[in-house]
Design a protein around this ligand. Sequence first.
Ligand code: PBG
Length: 348
Amino acid sequence: MGSVNNASLPVTGAASFSPILRPRRIRRTSAIREMVQETRLTAADLIAPLFVKEGDGAPEPVGSMPGVCRLSLDALVAECRELVALGIHGIALFPVTPPALKNPRGSEALNPECLVLRAVRALKAAVPQLMIFTDIALDPYTNHGHDGVLTPTGDDVDNDATVAILAEMAVLHAAAGTDFVAPSDMMDGRVAALRSALDGAAYPHVGILAYSAKFASAYYGPFREAVGSAAAAGTSLLDKRTYQLNPANRREAIADALLDEAEGADLLMVKPAGPYLDILRELRDASSLPLAAYQVSGEYAQIHAAAERGWLDLRKTRDESLLAIRRAGADLILTYFAKSFAADLRRG
Ligand code: PBG
């Protein structure tokens, strides 16, 4: 752009000279733009969610999540080596449980030989430096798709019975070598229960990433397809409103997140991310713990769907969506774009 000639600007008189204020001076060149950039994103800020499946078959693409596959154990280990080479330090692991192993109590979650525990052991042997975050909730294991066990009448999730199972599950995960357990169930009191179970079983070093402000969102649909919890439930719009937060409620979200902090969480999370940036910012100001945000399956699917139609630029929209989440206050971002972002960053 050519420079603007100040002499041509209207001057109202020598005594009352008031220059036009020009914020564009710090946007003139890419050098100065980069020098004044307030927020940056690196591979170390990202956690890659991965889906692991039984058997040794080829990676199975998830239809509604282009580029995301359910991986066999071998493929999972290979993928994690690649992520580490790209500078990514963490993964969030989700098992795809075969339908025959699902039941109303989700009992496969407490099988010491279950898929996710075998995956943790294999990963800790192969890539010990990678931080593993494992999900603590029963939805991959229940045939109704809920995150916990149901009350005797079957019309709600039984909070305290569920928390007791989750505490046992967390200890099994710690024994397998997970670095952080990540309760995503939204039951009351689960962070305190997990902390005391882990400490009681001599795993004081295992951390808790609490899904603290997790909203009852329509954006989880593609994930439920990926892990098969939608098929188990008969709908991807499974109603979890008696435990997940009302998308309309800001104060309630902050209050619930601060309970997780008080109960001993090491990291707090807001989920979904993009539609909830106000919550992220407010929690950033209310807590001094590191904050994570989960850019969920539906946010990923939306960007891909529009890009496939030629309506949005995939790479630019991906980068902007992630930067916005970081700007709002997230230290860590769980995103299905983790690998492609890190790879493009390497390539420049
Ligand atoms: C459930 C869980 C969900 C996700 C992570 N853990 C979905 C749900 O609550 O049904 C969603 C992640 C995504 O959509 O990417 N414990």
